[in-house]
Write a protein that binds this ligand. Structure first.
Ligand code: ASP
Ligand code: MG
Length: 455
């Protein structure tokens, strides 16, 4: 058994749905379970419809819901292949769902208020519609898809908007609902993102939660692999928009992937944790380029490799330098400094310290003026805007001194503001002026990944 998950862009229109169905068909012998996101943009539309309902704008609600309905019908219509009975049943189901969402939204309009519970019910419609559409589209193309309600599979707590699965109940429910279908040699199709509480309320797992659903289902049924089908070739050695020579990383550990995710990798490996913890490999693949092998993420990663895997950049960073001789031999000083950050709810990314100074990076969007005002009572403060973090991610980065040597050589004329080696050699982060960062990232990538001699 494998889990195949398609993101919103992979099911965005008829052509893409057809393409996704081909991908499932080619993997039929692997006993797939299909998890789909809402059609691209639909969840955002549902958020807009909810807000319009709350503001009493019934016209806008109708306009949005009509558009959503039409998109689903159009996809199905374009995929009909003489199987008009499937098409008719699909349209009846579509209308029933649309009627249900109108009822909830009317309630919101009347009350001028939307509860977290109602919001989840509304947002879940995107995946309900896409999964029913996908299952019927499979049948219209002679592939035995069977729609399964996600609420019958994934049980969660009642933290609406970001629910956590209850794995014990989910494992039991998933086996009970999915395995008989697989045993019949049919293909279960369910929406991602959705769960239910023990008292039957619909929950969602948080925005972009469909990957999470796929990982939960994979862990629950003990799948051999969880495949995340998206619109990129996998995780890359660098952002290809800035470094054309960037290439796909074939295999990396969960830790390395998670480290990359914090620098904005398209995929969030934290949400894959249930599968990876259960020892189930996760593969990231491209629906537009199915022949490419993608990126494999496993708990341990490839055995015995160390060294750099990717170079990433985080922009819009501000550096805060705090200097004081009160730190010399004193205790409790750092706690007082960081208490200020806590009070202002400013999260700190990187930290470097010396005997008399502490330097940290924070996101530019915070209230830096207020931070500076409060810190001044404790230390002398210097703020440097317009910085960025360049992170080299990989295992045991400094085991081979040539890695550091190459990075520093690449940055020979770019002044470094700060340096930090986090998580036992997993992430070498360098803060530099953002204006110099295109050049820096290209040079580092070249030095580490494009030269003939492997590091
Ligand atoms: N449709 C949901 C969202 O847009 C979940 C997902 O796509 O993963 O957030
Ligand atoms: Mg998504």
């Amino acid at each position: 058994m494998i889990v195949i998950k398609f993101g919103g862009t992979s099911v965005g229109d008829a052509e893409r749905v057809a393409n996704a169905i081909d991908i499932v068909a080619e993997r039929r012998h692997l006993q797939p379970i299909v998890v789909v996101s809402a059609l691209s943009g639909v969840t955002d539309d549902l958020v807009a419809a909810t807000n319009a309902a709350r503001d009493g704008d019934g016209e806008r609600v109708n306009e949005i819901i009509d558009r959503i309905r039409q998109r689903h019908e159009d996809v199905a219509m374009r995929l009909v292949q003489q199987k008009f009975d499937f098409f008719d049943t699909f349209v009846r189901r579509l209308d029933k769902q649309v009627e249900e969402i109108h009822t909830i939204l009317r309630g919101v309009t009347l009350l001028h208020e939307v509860t977290a519970r109602a919001r989840d019910k509304i947002l879940s419609i995107g995946e309900k519609l896409s999964s029913v559409l996908f299952a019927y589209s499979m049948m219209m193309r002679s592939l035995p898809g069977e729609h399964v309600e996600s609420e019958d599979v994934i049980w969660t707590n009642d933290n609406f908007g970001g629910a956590t699965p209850r794995m014990d109940l989910t494992a039991e429910a998933a086996r009970k609902t999915l395995l008989p279908i697989v045993e019949r040699n049919h293909i279960p199709v369910m929406g991602g993102f959705i769960g239910r509480t023990v008292d039957g309320a619909t929950t969602t797992l948080g925005r972009n939660g469909s990957d999470y659903s796929a990982a939960i289902v994979g862990a629950a049924v003990g799948a051999e692999e969880v495949q995340i089908w998206t619109d990129v070739d996998g995780l890359l050695t660098c952002d290809p928009r800035f470094v054309p020579a960037a290439r796909v990383i074939d295999h990396l550990s969960h830790e390395e992937a998670a480290e990359l995710a914090s620098f904005g990798a398209k995929l969030h490996p934290r949400t894959l944790e249930p599968a990876i913890e259960a020892g189930i490999p996760v593969r990231v693949l491209n629906t537009q380029n199915p022949a490419s092998p993608g990126t494999l993420i496993t708990r341990e990663g490839p055995s015995q490799t160390s060294g750099p895997r990717s170079v990433a950049r985080k922009r819009n960073v501000t550096l805060v330098h705090m200097t004081t001789n009160k730190m010399l031999g004193a205790h409790g000083f750092l706690a007082r400094l960081f208490h200020v950050f806590e009070e202002l709810k400013i999260s700190v990314d990187l930290i470097a310290t010396s005997e008399v100074s502490v330097t940290v990076t924070v996101d530019e969007q915070h209230d830096i003026d207020e931070l500076q005002r409060r810190l001044r009572d404790l230390a002398s403060v210097e703020i440097i805007d317009g910085q960025c973090i360049i992170a080299i991610v990989g295992r045991n980065l400094l085991r081979d001194a040539r890695v550091g040597a190459r990075v520093f050589e690449a940055l020979r004329d770019v002044p470094m503001q700060m340096l930090s080696l986090g998580r036992s050699g997993l992430n070498l982060s360098i803060v530099i002026d953002d204006a110099a960062s295109d050049r820096a990232i290209q040079r580092i990538h070249h030095a580490l990944f494009e030269q003939a001699v492997a590091v």
